[in-house]
Design a protein. Sequence first.
Length: 677
Amino acid sequence: MNDNLWYLRARIELVEDRIREVIGFRRSVDPTPDDPFRGLYIGDATVDALLEPQRDPPLRSGARATVETGADARESAGAELRLRRLARTSGLSELDVELLLICALPEIDARWERLYGYLNDDVSRRRASPDLAFALSGRSSWEGSARARLAPSAPLVDLGLVVVDDTDRPFLTRTLRVPDRVVDHLLGEDGPDPLLVDVVTDPGRFDGETAEQVARALRCHADFIYVRDDDGSNGSAAAAAAIDATGRPALTVDARRLPQDGLGPVLVAVRREAVLREAVIVLDGVHESSDGLRRSRLFAGPAPLVVVGRGPWEPELADRLPLTVHASPVSTRDRLEVWRTHVTVESTDVEMDALAVYALTPEQIGRAVDTARRAVAGDVGGLRVDHLLDGARMLNSAGLQRLARRVTPEVDWSDLVLPEATVDRLGDLAGRARFRRQVLGDWRMRRGGARGHGVVALFAGDSGTGKTMAAEVLAGALGLDLYTVDLASVVSKWIGETEKNLDRIFAEAESVNGVLLFDEADALFGKRSEVRDAQDRYANVETAYLLQRLEAFRGLAILTTNLRANLDDAFTRRLDAVIEFPRPDEDARRELWRHSLAAPVPCAPSLDIDLCARTFAMSGGNIRSAAVTAAYRAAAQTRAVTTDDLVHGVEQEYRKMGRLIGPEFAEFSAASDAQSA
């Protein structure tokens, strides 16, 4: 028998001896010991006995002193005695320990259930009652100090070590029970509490300046700390690393997973788990938690509490104020180092720098790598950067997809047909997005005021010049998804609703690793006008809100417009880049036709793409549509695409654009006839 079970067994044997003494004494004064209907009715003899002064044999303490002396010696030798440790952590008195053992005895040894039924004078009540617990501990139910040990605010009940049932009954006849988790812990088993399976998480570990500050505070006996993690990337991981450094376990609770209904028992289970394991509680995501946490007993101890959230501390949360630690942003180098610790030697060929754009916590990075490893199973090429990017992309919340359309990029730089200067500016924008955390965060090149660490760019040009495709290419180059804002889900006729919808979009976008695309942005970001009526005033309020929110945005956003002049000038100052998309010249149109009709599209040998590019001045979008129309026409006739099909496709595009069918079509037809001849 190990030391822990030896001590628990010795203390329980003292309780058992006390039970034997009480049973023997009560038998000696029992007026109806042989009554077969005992417990079903009360006779005259029983009434007379109840009217006699109540008494039980005195408690003997000599045996307990012997046990405690042996326990002292074993603890001095390094033994872990869980009952003693629990008493110290929870602030239990000697009477509390005695009551805890009395209530736990039927949970440990079933034979004591029936004996408790005898002592309760009711065979159906097989657990201890307050009256029985006081009798077995040698205390009188008239002692207020004894009764207070089972009050709701007393450690036993407050921490959930003893549960009081049947609260509608008189206090002395209520039922006392010890939860299975407490009994299992005393016996040496530490399985997860069912109430906490869905709320306790492992945030990973991140050593750094924040972890050092939290560890220093804990060593100075600070028991209530607030880690303000505005970046949302390392607060809980740093807190967990700090707690590990102090030699104690961390119990991390995700406040966002706490239930709306039945929150009280879960919070009791959290505090109980903390005292059982002598852990420090880390409450993560408190800024997104429900109102049920406000003024809860979770903030009252006795376990130390580290709260992680965004923004300043809200005094309404607790009756006391915490020690505040500002979490320092995670540098690009440190984040890549976390990726490297999760990627083993088998993946030395992975270009890790491509992962720097993802703002993930250490726990999320671990999950992304695990997902990538499962995806690479059976792939002889080993783990590649695209596997890791796919794993990181799968962590994106679906919340933004209710407000925007998610697009997984399927195009790359080779699909763009743009002037070299435009492509260079897009490359610069990709570099700005990839290294913004290093430049603005690590190098402290902050732009002052309330400016966020986001990147916002404007793509301006005529319809069909490649603005949306360029946004998709940019997202693909960064390894991110593209989220196109659905204007129908944003704009509302009700005053203030449009701003609320936009705020939800920006908030979700900041928590998602993706590129936010406002297509046809002039519909939202239009110029402010002179106020002539209430409608103008509220329209200007909407634009002013967008200006403020865009400036504080911490994500990646792209605005596209066909009418740059319609945008408010104040937006231009808040943009990181403005990229013009010109209409394609002849060489660009030729390349666009080739891209649109590339393999596996079957093309006739006589197809004259050069003539199309020279004759018809159209944008890339129109060329693509014309090529698709030509392909449908050729497929319907089960043949390859010919020049006549292109003529038909271009004619359809001209009609859609409202353009006249000019003399250039005659030149086209003449050339086509010549080729056919």
